[in-house]
Design a protein around this ligand. Sequence first.
Ligand SMILES: Cc1ncc(COP(=O)(O)O)c(C=O)c1O
Length: 391
Amino acid sequence: MSNNDNEFERIDRFGTFSASWDCLASEYGADFISLAIAEMDFETAPEVKQAITNAAGHGIYSYTEVFPEFGQACANWFERRHNWSFGANDVVFTPRIIEMIAALCTHVFPKARIGTFSPYYGPIIEVVERSGAHLTELLLVDDGFGNWSFDAEQMRESFTHIDVFILTNPHNPTGKLFSYEELVSILRLAEENGVVIISDDVHCDILRPGKQWIPIAKIAGELKSPVKIVTCVSPAKSFNVAGIETAAAIISDPVLRQQAREALRAAGIHNPNFFALPTAIAAWNSDGAWIDRLNVHLTSNLNYAAKRLVEVEGLRVTVPPATYLLWVHAPDLMPNREACNEVIKTTRVVFGPGENYGSQWSGYFRLSTAVPHATLQEATARLIGKFQALQ
Ligand SMILES: Cc1ncc(COP(=O)(O)O)c(C=O)c1O
């Protein structure tokens, strides 16, 4: 376990209208543990908290606008942290990534044929389908050792009948980081078939030591690819500020960028939340030391939980290269949603049943480990006890 327990310690979140805690408490009782939602149970970075506190101190919370400092802070972060350069003017503010994708699907690509990998982050696929798009799911396949890949032939065939491909890199729920070669192959297929890529890279800062996230748009720039790409990023996951609603789409193509701006306006999305700009600017202008410490804590948590869970016969899980999520295969112990719900009810540890990430993923479940060590220890102990009883 890491030695930064004090920084990533238990904070009582009840009474904050929390989606994870207050919402579930009435259903499961006060001693439940929420590992179901991709958010963290600790305070944001000190410089971000300070920026929000300063903003809160003003007393007038009226309309705000997007100023150039936002795009500049975003560009600075990705240059410094990920060695990806783009112009501050390429950055389009959006409160949430889901809103940007919904607006694009409704107003820029209406009723389009959209491809994506399955499993997937359900709420975004829900807005894609609700927009009237025709969805093609491409299955990711596990080699049995936690390495997820896609079938090149299936991809080649699918790309001939889609207009837009939604990539999630790092991938939720598997935690896969797409390799340079994989991204080049996706880019080439998009090029050959005139497919636009939306890359949802919200989890890009949460990485295991030595692992690197490669944005597909960076490769496209280097290879001078004509493929149009929207890259969605945000401090929401990295700095645990999802409730502030501050995110960005990086779009180097000026026509698509303007279309994205118009789409947001058509959806009635303008004037950021009062705290949105101070939060994102403080996060992206920070030196990243807090994220480094956070990644140490999360890696330690993932190692701990995976090591404990694989002791149970019938569970298969590996530590992913990115995200704080574990995607666990438990086909015999929890073959479907009902079995998951029974385990949740009796352990009072709440996690995401596999079907939340695509109908064919029964037998899997997703666990967030972004909690204090002690909470994770208690949660894994409860789950392991239950699984042993089920054997
Ligand atoms: C892959 C992915 N994209 C987007 C989001 C949500 O982002 P937002 O709240 O900005 O829509 C999540 C949240 O879990 C996610 O996992």
